[in-house]
Write a protein that binds this ligand. Sequence first.
Ligand code: CP
Length: 307
Amino acid sequence: MRHLINALDLSVDDINQLITLAEAIIKDPEKYAKVCAGKILATCFYEPSTRTRLSFESAMIHLGGQVIGFSSEESSSASKGESVADTIRVISCYSDICAMRHPKEGAPLVASLHSSIPVINAGDGGHNHPTQTLTDLLTIKNLKGHLDHLTVGFCGDLKFGRTVHSLIGAMVRYPGVKFILISPEELKIPDYLRKDTLDANHIDYKEVNVLEDVLPELDLLYMTRVQRERFFNEEDYIRLKDSFILDRNKMKLAREDMLVLHPLPRVNEIATEIDDDPRAVYFKQVQYGVYIRMALIMTLLEVIPSC
Ligand code: CP
């Protein structure tokens, strides 16, 4: 049985297969409308979510399956002290596959060790968010046409932003990818990512703190919000939260074909005045999230119809 805990659990071939399957779903959704009939997805979310939980549920429903789950720790028996290990043993009796979000890094991995059904990490603390990464890769592949030879700017909270950590880990495997990491000093990427991922793979990258200086170089700009819920100190959050605001004036510095992605939710870091700019693709990205999660559920449940 396979789980998805880290984007690196997937080889480049695995990712290409998921993207190909998602593209086939986009072309002919009817073909996949009943492949999960009789199957149940459990969404076990110990932390708030709009996109990830509801896109998983939408994905399963589009595949003809059904969904159960909880959307907060308070509404589950975790609030009475039940462990993740015991919870997943129980969930395994009720469902065929589980998507789990948890504030503690490593919790979905622990669940996978005690599970008799596939477990998908739907975000664990400030660590990883592999299905957002798959969403991002499908978006880039469809809107740029390729995943290699791209200069990607990551901007905002690169310390706590798990979507950034997962996407960097996945993209270093594509040739010719360069990164420009744009953040305040306090919100730079964690040391382990710099050492074990960027340096270890001899990736071309630089770290800067002025967005305007590097905008003309970018093929993609991946904006992120400052992650209030991971801060220990509200004063620090208030000081850093508006470090970068992408607006119409800044977009004038960017290439005509630069794409702006954001995992959402957005707070202030992208002015709504650029939502209608054709380069702003963060709401298209949301739609791709459903298709890639349909492809992932089918793959982990081994229910892909033959051609
Ligand atoms: N992108 C993302 O993870 O959004 P949610 O927190 O709403 O799931």
